[in-house]
Design a protein around this ligand. Structure first.
Ligand code: DQQ
Length: 583
């Protein structure tokens, strides 16, 4: 027995080493961008997953029935139907064997699955079909640009067209025999292992199409610009659209216009006096995304960020929690820009394999420029509200210091909660130390149990009755040199009794003035996801958690105040959420 277990142990050690070395070899040519577990890529789930074994599956966040998913790809609307493609491993719960899985929806809430739209079939993509984007051409025809991995493991850019434009589901896609359309060559100095994720195309005033592709040269991250007359023949521009030193590989860039007035979304080719542009990049090194708002000159093809910089921790982010490889599209039916993002797991690889799946998509969010022009604002698409049922209200309730209030009468593991707090006097606010430049670090130091002056107050979600487990989303107010500083935290430190999970805490400083405004919080709770929107969508944090006790009926929801001052709940409205049709 001892011999056999030690020999199986050494066998798995050998397998691990082999896997590690083969992943190194692979990294020597193609940089995988995801952890590579070669021996697990084709492993079906080890257990039979009855629903009783599956407390973490979501009820209204998009996911397929099983296996690994990552980046949202090519989102678009065509003939009134929303299309979502996504990176998918059809053979296992770890990254590998990547194809473009495909689902459609009438409302961004209920989804119908289709067969994979794009899968390895040509020399230009035989080793993988990686991320990319859809563009709706002026005649209404959609096309997809995506990254293929060729037999030499180089990253190249390919195109695919719908086979039958009269089919609103666009189930069949045909690849151009001209693929690849863009490739690293001896003369163009492109790093063949860091050249991926083409954006949606936009038209310049010269009638030429443009796209950018994520890349790096040594540690300098960049968005390589290409131009084309016909979307088939592409020429690399001399200068990248933008670059930044020491940022590493830029994955999944996104570049789009936003209106300087109101919430209305703009077509990706829009430009003009009332338009600003946004450049978002996903940093492979840190798995964090940053965006800048700036001015784009389409004649010179120059983008200059107004403020903020991609490379620093103080840069702007869509979401300060688990949210990566995001992509927007223009919804021409509802005149809005919609953002999709991938919520990665915080659990161990073993647990992912046991449950048979990994990865979820965040609720699609409408995104627009705040009237200050300083940041973007996001809000879950309104369609999600049709899942609300059994409304619970709390109005003008005092939340005394050091207390908690249970929000009962709803399904606390599957809910949508909107709450706003009024603080009254602010003289108990603790002094803000100007050295606190990183909100995440401050939230890690000052978790929900750490008493403050004003705050922490907020919600304890997915909480067990005895509070052995909870995920807390809360605010703290500090007195800065010449203004109040509002910190929003998502505290996962007690999210699960299972300590094998990553329980990193997240935080963001909210640009809200508590002397003039109420502090609002909306939280979407979905079994293992807590997706929160603070300050009416100015700060978003998504958490991925795996409670042991606070599952299904064992989950509770509390409002809490652990500060030295009472606060008022001006309004709290919560709903149980119905189950969506998820593939
Ligand atoms: N995921 C894809 C790449 C992309 C990365 C591969 C980002 O195209 O750079 O699955 O998560």
């Amino acid at each position: 027995m001892a011999i056999s277990s030690s020999s199986s142990w050494s066998a798995s050690l050998l397998l691990c080493c082999l896997c590690f070395f083969s992943s190194l070899i692979r990294h020597g040519t193609v940089e995988a961008s995801h952890q590579v577990f070669l021996h697990l890529q084709n492993s079906e789930s080890l257990t039979v997953n009855s629903s009783a074994d599956q407390p973490f599956r979501t009820a209204y966040h998009f996911q397929p029935p099983k296996h690994w998913i990552n980046d949202p790809n090519g989102p678009m609307i065509y003939k009134g139907l929303y299309h979502l493609f996504y990176q998918y491993n059809p053979k296992g719960a770890v990254w590998g064997n990547i194809v473009w899985a495909h689902s459609t929806s009438k409302d961004l809430v209920n989804w119908t699955p289709h067969k994979p739209a794009i899968y390895p079939s040509q020399p230009a993509d035989i080793k993988g079909c990686w991320s990319g984007s859809a563009t709706i051409l002026p005649d209404g025809k959609p096309v997809i640009l995506y990254t293929g991995i060729n037999p030499e493991e180089q990253q190249v850019q390919n195109i695919a067209f719908p086979k039958d434009l009269s089919d609103p589901y666009l189930v069949e896609w045909v690849k151009s025999p001209k693929n690849p359309l863009m490739a690293p060559t001896a003369s163009n100095k492109i790093n063949a292992s860091s050249f991926r994720d083409p954006t949606t195309g936009w038209l310049g005033p010269d009638g030429m199409w443009r796209v950018i592709i994520g890349s790096k040269r040594r540690r300098k991250g960049m968005a390589i610009l290409y131009r084309s007359k016909d979307f088939i023949h592409w020429e690399k521009a001399k200068r990248p659209l933008h670059s930044a030193k020491k940022t590493g590989m830029w994955e999944c860039p996104d570049f789009f216009p936003v209106s300087t007035s109101g919430h209305v979304g703009l077509d990706t080719s829009a430009s003009g006096p009332h338009v600003k542009h946004v450049l978002k990049v996903s940093l492979d090194d840190t798995k964090k995304e940053y965006y800048t708002i700036g001015t784009y000159n389409p004649t010179k093809d120059v983008y200059v960020p107004t403020k903020g910089s991609i490379e620093f921790d103080s840069g702007l982010r869509y979401d300060y929690g688990k949210f990566y490889a995001s992509k927007t599209f223009f919804d021409s039916d509802k005149k809005r820009r919609v953002l999709w993002g991938w919520i990665n797991e915080s659990s161990t690889r073993d647990n992912d394999i046991k449950k048979g799946w990994a990865g979820v998509q965040a609720i699609p969010r409408t995104i627009w420029l705040h009237k200050s022009g300083k940041q973007l604002v996001q809000w879950p698409v309104t369609e999600i509200e049709k899942l609300r049922t059994g409304q619970v209200d709390m109005c003008n309730k005092l939340l005394k210091k050091g207390t908690k209030l249970e929000v009962s009468g709803l399904t606390a593991s599957q809910a949508d909660v909107e709450v706003s707090f009024e603080v009254g006097k602010l003289d108990k606010a603790e002094k803000f130390d100007p050295g606190w430049t990183n909100a995440q670090d401050l939230c890690t130091e000052k978790v929900a149990t750490v008493k403050g002056g004003i705050g922490p107050f907020g919600l304890k979600t997915l909480a067990s009755e005895g509070l052995e487990e909870y995920t807390a989303i809360f605010f703290r107010i500090f007195k800065g040199k010449d203004k109040f500083v509002v910190l929003m935290c998502s505290d996962q430190s007690r999210s699960s009794l299972d300590n094998s999970n990553d329980k990193t805490n997240y935080g963001v400083f909210l640009d809200v003035d508590p002397a003039k405004e109420k502090l609002s919080l909306r939280t979407l709770i979905d079994h293992s996801i807590v997706e929160s929107f603070g300050g009416e969508g100015k700060g978003c944090i998504t958490a991925r958690v795996y409670p042991k006790l606070a599952t299904r009926d064992g989950a509770h929801l509390y409002a809490f105040n652990n500060g030295c001052q009472d606060v008022h709940i001006s309004n709290l409205t919560a709903w149980s959420m119905k189950k969506a049709q998820l593939n």
